[in-house]
Design a protein around this ligand. Structure first.
Ligand code: AMP
Length: 341
């Protein structure tokens, strides 16, 4: 019998609750300092305690996971705390496509996959002296929006960049990616692609609450003038959202183009959960600035299902449970290799 394992952070509670609802054994790899939290939940069958997440790559943890026929669910913490090499060296089956995670972490590969998917991507500004409109400067990797800043001229950019250098967050321009800032309504589109059914499901959409850029909107512009201050885009939480129904057809099409582009560029393609992240402008056009090639924490809002999963399932269906169902079905059909890498 297969079991489901994940790292203790990000969306572990949703993932393991969903697996338990599907009748699968659940295993958590937890740092010792977090054991107190996770012990509160009865749906977690076994906890493997580690000093740091990297430790779960060692033989001891791997052999426990192998003994339980565990499938590992990757999430944002795995990506943030492990290198691509470490992730690719994981010996137990990883749900979805572990090879695509590199494309999520590397800005150039990311851009390539988004363009191949024919998504509208905000323009990249190649060098600071080309800044002639509002831009967002982002740090590479899974910085989670921390240390991102807005600038409207080269002078403004340099001032803010130098503050980040002083703070030790970056070394120089090469640590920043400059992109046209798109104004509008931010939306994070959550999908699940089933390779067993060759079917894309739109699972939900969320908003992210980012500190402290969100707080800035509460301060009158007159008070902001002269503030020598760098805002940040650090995600603090998420809340639910529904889209105008007329936008849904394009949402599905974007998801399908992303799946087929990933099948061409990074085999076996984008299997399992993923998220396309961007902004709807004043004409309802969606500009994608990012994707996540695995479950996003915004799905935690919908542990009982979302308005969109309700249209597909007559029972509460979280993303965690959807993954467990796919694993169960694949195991039954002896096709686990189709849903894992
Ligand atoms: P990212 O790391 O690309 O997900 O960006 C983190 C946050 O920065 C997003 O959640 C948005 O709030 C903001 N952001 C990123 N890119 C853009 C953009 N091109 N236009 C407007 N806001 C953006």
């Amino acid at each position: 019998m297969v079991s489901v394992a994940t790292l203790g952070s990000h969306c572990a509670l949703q993932v393991l609750k969903g697996a338990k609802d599907e009748g699968l054994k659940t295993i958590l790899i937890s740092e010792k300092k977090r054991e107190r939290l996770y012990k509160r939940f009865d749906f977690i069958d076994e906890i493997i305690l580690v000093d740091s997440f990297e430790e779960f790559l060692d033989n001891k943890s791997t052999s426990i996971l192998e003994k339980n026929d565990a499938v590992l669910i990757p999430h944002g913490t795995l990506i943030a705390q492990m290198s691509t090499k470490q992730i690719e060296s994981i010996k137990i089956p990883v749900f979805g496509n572990k090879w695509i995670l590199k494309w999520e972490s590397d800005r150039e590969l990311k851009q390539q996959l988004m363009l191949e998917s024919k998504l509208n991507v905000p323009q990249q500004i190649p060098t600071p002296n080309k800044i002639n409109q509002l831009v967002i400067a982002k740090r590479h990797g899974a910085a989670g929006g921390k240390g991102y800043f807005l600038a409207s001229s080269e002078k403004d950019y340099i001032k803010k960049r130098d503050i980040l250098i002083q703070q030790g967050l970056i070394k120089g321009d090469s640590d920043l990616y400059i992109q046209e800032y798109v104004m509008g309504v931010l939306a994070y589109l959550q999908f699940f692609y089933s390779p067993l059914q060759d079917k894309l499901e739109f699972f939900g959409v969320d908003k992210r609450h980012e500190s402290d850029i969100e707080g800035l909107a509460r301060i009158p512009a007159s008070e902001q003038i002269g503030m020598d201050y760098i805002s940040s885009f650090n995600v603090i939480g998420n809340s639910p959202m529904v889209l105008r129904e007329s936008l849904l057809d394009e949402v599905y099409q974007m998801g399908e183009r992303f799946v087929s582009a990933s099948q061409r560029l990074v085999k076996p393609g984008m299997n399992g959960p993923f998220c396309i992240e961007g902004v709807y402008d004043q004409n309802g056009k969606f500009w994608s600035f990012e994707f996540s090639a695995r479950i996003v924490a915004g799905t935690n809002i919908y542990m009982e299902g979302s308005p969109y999963s309700t249209l597909l399932y007559d029972e509460p269906m979280s993303m965690g449970r959807r993954m467990a169902r796919e694993i169960k079905k694949a195991a039954k059909q002896k096709k686990l290799d189709k849903v894992t890498t």
